[in-house]
Structures are given as C-alpha cells and as structure tokens.
Design a protein around this ligand. Structure first.
Ligand SMILES: NC(=O)c1ccc[n+]([C@@H]2O[C@H](COP(=O)([O-])OP(=O)(O)OC[C@H]3O[C@@H](n4cnc5c(N)ncnc54)[C@H](O)[C@@H]3O)[C@@H](O)[C@H]2O)c1
Length: 258
C-alpha cells in the first residue's frame, strides 16, 4: 500500500541494524531520500548500499546518539546533504538488564543517555528546521516496557516510559507548528541484535526463551519482525496519520494492549 511519501526526506538514528534498518528501507521504498545515523560504520554502510540498490538516495553520518557534539554535527550534515528534512525517527537504543540492586549507576546512565538523551538531542537539532517550514513528523522508538515495568529492566523500562513522556510533551508543543510527534511500542522483535542479546541473557538467567513466550504470552502466536515495526512507523509518517499526534502505538501481537 502506498503511503504517499514520495520526495520526502527522512533521518533514522540507529539505522545500521534491526528495526532502524527496516524503517530506512521501507521509507526509501515509499519514496523518501534517507539520512542514516549510526555509530557502527560497517552495518550502516550495508543499509546504505541496500537503499541505493533500490534506486533511492542514502547519506550517512557516523556518531554516537548520546554525544551532543556528534548529534549536532551529524544532524546538520544530514539535513544539508538531503537538502531538507520532513521525518525524524529517533530509533537508536540499547538494552541492559540486571536486577535493580545489581545495576551500576554507570549502566543506568548509559541506557538513559542513548535511549532518552539521544532523542532529546536529535529532536533539538532537527525541530528548528521543521518549525521554520511549519511541517514535519517525529517518531520515537519506545517499547511495551515503556508502558509496563518489567523486572530486571529498570533502566531500560524507565528510559522508555520517559521517552513516551517526551513524545506527549513535544506533541503538545509542536502541534501549533504543524509538526506531529508519535511513538511506537514494539514487543518481542526478532532478527535484531538486541533480541539476540536478550535471548543470551534469558538463557543465562534460566528465563523463558522467545519460543516459549510466543506460545504463552503473545496472542498472535508469533514474534514480531523489524518489518512489522517499519510498517507502522511508515503509516505514522504518512498523510494517512495526519490527525494523529502524541500517540504511543503498541506493536506487540497483543502482548500488551493498553
Ligand atoms: N528488538 C526488540 O525486541 C525491541 C523491542 C522494543 C523496542 N525496541 C527498540 O527498537 C530500537 C532498535 O532496536 P533493535 O532491536 O533494532 O536493536 P539492534 O541492536 O538490532 O540495532 C540497534 C542499532 O542502533 C545503533 N546504535 C546503538 N546505540 C547507538 C548510539 N549510541 N548511537 C548511534 N547508533 C547506535 C546500533 O549500532 C545498531 O545499528 C531500540 O530503541 C530498542 O529499544 C526493540
């Protein structure tokens, strides 16, 4: 289904692997030129090559989404290379799990600095351009654990709750400027490095694996794929979602429903 994104310009953070790569590919398929931001040059080069194979433009900025200098420079370089910006997807994120009492402050800070500060920094860099042109769309990558606290995920879960708060706050502030701000809340998404890491941790802690969770907790009886998330993000960026802002959309196969 066409989402009418032809000619638009999109920046996706954490576009080297997993969900970010799938979003970049889908937005390119729908007609966007894309700017890719990631700290891993090898993987983001592959994403760019896949997009160019589809005949679309892909430009890259390397950097760490938690570092203000990297974001200010990277965002400006991408906007200049794309000659404008219509869509920002704040996707870069990391997962660290541990019992709360064994969570070092450094890990707490690391998770917040990427999952939350990264979205703050990119939004502050890109929104002035969108305000000036009186249009734009931001999608933040939250999680179902941003709506329900999960044991051993205190830093991750708290960072995603905060990202939903940022989404709602910004949506209210930006509506008058013609800019929509939404979030998506994926559940268990396989074929991502993050899920592979989570599986290793579950195995080490004797917790149920993905296959068991699918059968016991996911009504649609399958894990999600990065493309499932990319489809919803693409919809939110399209004119079909022009009356939606401040929303946090679950993409969980029914694992979480509120
Ligand atoms: N995989 C899941 O089950 C799942 C579920 C819910 C939410 N999410 C969210 O989706 C987003 C993407 O996750 P994924 O599963 O695709 O992860 P992934 O680990 O497969 O890919 C993450 C990408 O982000 C990049 N990245 C990480 N930290 C960065 C930083 N500081 N600066 C720049 N780039 C950085 C990595 O290099 C990588 O290319 C994250 O925000 C994550 O919290 C994932």
């Amino acid at each position: 289904m066409s989402q009418n994104l032809s000619g638009r310009k999109a920046i996706i953070t954490g576009a080297g692997l997993g969900i970010g790569r799938a979003i970049a590919l889908r937005l390119a398929e729908e007609g966007c030129d894309v700017g890719l931001f990631d700290r891993d040059p090898g993987s983001v080069d592959v994403t760019a090559a896949m997009i160019r194979d589809k005949g679309r433009r892909a430009v890259i900025a390397l950097g760490d989404a938690s570092r203000p200098d990297d974001v200010v420079t990277g965002a400006a370089d991408l906007v200049q290379a794309l000659d404008g910006i219509d869509i920002l997807v704040n996707n870069a994120g990391i997962l660290r799990t541990a019992p709360f009492l064994e969570t070092p402050y450094a890990i707490w800070r690391e998770v917040f600095s990427i999952n939350l500060d990264g979205a703050f920094l990119f939004s502050q860099s890109i929104l002035p351009v969108m305000v000036e042109q009186k249009s734009g769309c931001v999608v933040n990558m939250a999680s179902w654990t941003g709506k329900k606290g999960v044991p051993n995920h205190s830093a991750y879960s708290a960072s995603k709750f905060a990202l939903i708060g940022l989404t709602q706050s910004l949506a209210g502030e930006m509506a008058g400027h013609g800019i929509r701000v939404n979030a998506v809340c994926p559940g268990v998404i396989v074929n991502t490095r993050m899920r592979d890491l989570a599986e290793e941790l579950n195995h080490a802690q004797g917790l149920p694996d993905v296959a068991t969770r699918v059968q016991t907790t996911i009504p649609l009886k399958r894990a999600g794929e990065p493309q499932d998330v990319a489809g919803v993000v693409t919809f939110l960026c399209s004119d079909d979602a022009s009356y939606m802002t401040g929303q946090s959309i679950n993409i969980t196969g029914g694992l979480w429903m509120s």
